[in-house]
Design a protein around this ligand. Structure first.
Ligand code: AMP
Length: 281
């Protein structure tokens, strides 16, 4: 497994691999790897001959400095996991190479509208940071495919839009959300939960599945408010719990084919997000 931290080195290496007719799949991560990440790596392996995983805790996508500073950084064990998975290349960019003029003067990629709702409301500037760093990784690595998790469903739609709008010749692939046995979506931030919060956290998936099971086009608001209320009663501070068209996160309409139920909620000092997709019947 090759490990690079300099943009030039990784660029050269990928050029060399492409000359040997290798196909490249990029899996961008912020590290502290779990089975959600490894499932994306396995998907990447099934789609390309060369898998490159990037690890970078991107400062400009954090809207709170505390959140950035306390984000778990476990590079050595991450590298061990990636070695076990036989990943070909790991790219751990240096901040001063990605942001040569500093983060506050960085050029930014902004996708209108889709980034103004849900996560965009509660984490202003978050998606500008995500789109900017993902564009940088695309420019440096120029992969044939890039893999993102459905766990961050709005992010997945935003990246698909980014690829279309900036004419990247990159196939965006999505991996299913990997869950703990009680349904909690795996996340690097789950390590912040206390033992009792960890038990409580499974309620999110329960409310998502209840909403799916009880879905009726005539009861959307009622389902949203019941779930919000139930989570609230169990100690969650819900930012949104919403039933939307999975294509564009707009309200359900006659044209809706697939539905996504999206939620973000605080449990103590931990912000959890999750979603569930299902077809309109
Ligand atoms: P992160 O390291 O949190 O930035 O996540 C890197 C990638 O892993 C993103 O595309 C996430 O959507 C994806 N991911 C995070 N958690 C999960 C999960 N539980 N299942 C599948 N993919 C995930």
């Amino acid at each position: 497994m090759k490990v690079f931290s300099q943009c030039d080195e990784v660029r050269e290496h990928i050029k060399f691999c492409k000359a040997k007719q290798e196909t490249i799949a990029l899996v961008p991560t912020m590290g502290h790897l779990h089975n959600g990440h490894t499932s994306l790596v396995n998907l990447a392996k099934s789609k390309a001959t060369h898998v490159l995983v990037s690890i970078f805790v991107n400062p400009i996508q954090f809207n709170e400095i505390n959140d950035y500073e306390r984000y778990p950084r476990t590079l050595e064990s991450d590298l061990e996991i990636l070695r076990t998975l036989n990943v070909d290349t790991v790219f751990i960019p240096k901040q001063n190479e990605l942001y040569p003029h500093g983060t506050s003067l960085a050029a930014k990629i902004i996708i209108p509208e889709l980034t103004d709702i849900f996560e965009g409301v509660y984490r202003p500037g978050h998606f500008d940071g995500v789109c900017t760093v993902v564009s940088k990784l695309f420019n440096i690595v120029s992969p044939h495919a890039a893999i993102f998790g459905q766990k961050d469903y709005q992010q997945l739609l935003v990246i698909q839009r980014l690829v279309e709008d900036l004419n990247y010749d990159i196939e965006v692939l999505s991996g299913d959300t990997i869950r703990e046995t009680d349904g909690l979506a795996m996340s690097s931030r789950n390590s912040y939960l206390s033992a009792s919060e960890r038990d409580q956290a499974a309620l999110i998936f329960k409310m998502l599945t209840n909403t799916k099971d009880q879905f009726s086009i005539n009861h959307i608001e009622k389902l949203e408010s019941t779930a919000t209320c139930t989570l609230g009663k169990h100690g969650f501070e819900v930012e949104y719990f919403s039933i939307r068209d999975a294509l564009n996160l707009q309200p359900i309409s006659q044209a809706t084919e697939n539905i996504v139920v999206l939620t973000a909620a605080w449990l103590g000092n931990t912000r959890l997000i999750d979603n569930l997709l299902f077809p309109m019947t």
